[in-house]
Design a protein around this ligand. Sequence first.
Ligand SMILES: [Zn+2]
Length: 101
Amino acid sequence: MAAHTSRNMSPSRNVSGSSVLDGNVLAGPLAELFAFDVTTARERCASCGDVEALASAIVYSSPMGWVVRCPTCEDVLMVMVRTAGRYSLTARGMTWLRVDR
Ligand SMILES: [Zn+2]
């Protein structure tokens, strides 16, 4: 379900020429970004700095979801919880997630 909760932001331009819009403008780029096998993306561990494909991570799986740990230092990279009709994800243990297109 898309949010589409526009706050009637009218586009404005700052000195650098970039536009200031609400988050609805991200629908297209994010759909393109995540329309593939995300486990092929590379992540950087915020704890040790190791860079690996997400598929290389150590995953603890339970009926409620998954805890994803760095294969090098074993700190938590990401937690994904599944409840009725909803996924919640936090990735505070990653500095970034890189997708090569
Ligand atoms: Zn690590």
